[in-house]
Design a protein around this ligand. Structure first.
Ligand code: C2E
Ligand code: MG
Ligand code: MG
Ligand code: MG
Length: 271
């Protein structure tokens, strides 16, 4: 474009920027704008006890309002991976933490909130202190915050993860390992990670009643969890048959479309 003020003119194709890099730059702008204009939103999905079907706690899931179309929500799969590359994830994670801890203070009947924190945060030594300050400032009991870390991040940066989890543990919050089982090598590391909750990856749950291999994997994961005194959650529970099987296997909690879908509102019992 001839317009010298157009930001696109900065990215002269002759300077050999890859398509992926160009795309990332536009996403970087969108994410910055969303952070500036507070157009990120939290949605909520319940996690239920398999024993009695009672709501145990709630996971927060971030979404972004499309700046070009306010009706449209952009899902985290589209912008979290970019934000992890650009480093903007650190700001997103802090925003989610501020919102979530604020909600815990505002809704005393809400037993706990589970928040997702990126593996990028492992090399952010200030984050556990940031969490502790927020909990103190809002006078929130630390055990009402569950920090979900993905297993792949925890395993690939084992030393950083261990240090980070230890510091997080000191704040008194609970720690969950998300997408458990997808990293394959975690069994061996599990005893070194101070986590209290294992969230079995949805890929093992989705067609559980028809898939004997997955039944074997899930049973093994539950066995290990019980042996190490950790609680288990199954995600992607999409039908009654799967839920019944998980209950029979001894999984503690379940989450998924069969129970409820992520919603812009907290479950009614917490309003
Ligand atoms: P996750 O933490 O494993 O979250 C579970 C994802 O599965 C959510 O997708 C949820 O909407 C979806 N889900 C729930 N029940 C079912 C079901 O029965 N079937 C199927 N097929 N899917 C189900 P969502 O909201 O698109 O989030 C995707 C991922 O993005 C999350 O996976 C998490 O890794 C990441 N994420 C979400 N919110 C945040 C956040 O605030 N911060 C960070 N750092 N990452 C986040
Ligand atoms: Mg999660
Ligand atoms: Mg998960
Ligand atoms: Mg998952």
């Amino acid at each position: 474009k001839s317009n010298g003020k157009n930001t696109w003119s900065l990215y002269d194709p002759s300077r050999n920027h890859s398509k992926a890099m160009m795309a990332r730059m536009t996403w970087r702008g969108r994410i910055d704008q969303a952070l500036r204009e507070e157009s990120l939103e939290l949605h909520f999905q319940g996690i239920y006890s398999t024993a009695d079907g009672e709501l145990s706690h709630v996971e927060t899931l971030v979404r972004m309002r499309d700046p070009a179309d306010g009706e449209r929500l952009i899902m985290p799969g589209q912008f979290i991976p970019v934000a992890e590359k650009t480093g903007q994830i650190l700001e997103i994670d802090r925003w989610v933490l501020r919102q979530s801890i604020g909600l815990l203070a505002k809704h005393p009947k809400l037993r706990a909130l589970a928040v997702n924190i990126s593996g990028r945060s492992f090399d952010e030594p200030g984050l556990p202190q940031y969490i502790q300050d927020l909990l103190q400032r809002h006078d929130v009991e630390p055990r009402r915050l569950i920090v979900e870390l993905t297993e792949t991040a925890a395993v690939s940066e084992m030393q950083d993860a261990q240090r980070f989890i230890e510091a997080l543990h000191q704040t008194g919050c609970l720690i969950g390992l998300d997408d458990f089982g997808s990293g394959f090598s975690t069994f061996a590391y599990l005893k070194y990670l101070g986590v209290q909750i294992l969230k079995i990856d949805g890929m093992f749950i989705r067609d559980l009643p028809n898939n004997r291999d997955n039944q074997a994997f899930v049973k093994a994961m539950i066995d290990v969890a019980k042996g190490l005194d950790k609680l288990t959650v199954a995600e992607f529970v999409e039908d009654a048959e799967t839920l019944a099987m998980l209950r029979e296997f001894g999984v503690d909690m379940a989450q998924g479309y069969h129970l409820d879908r992520p919603s812009a509102e907290l479950p009614p019992q917490y309003h």
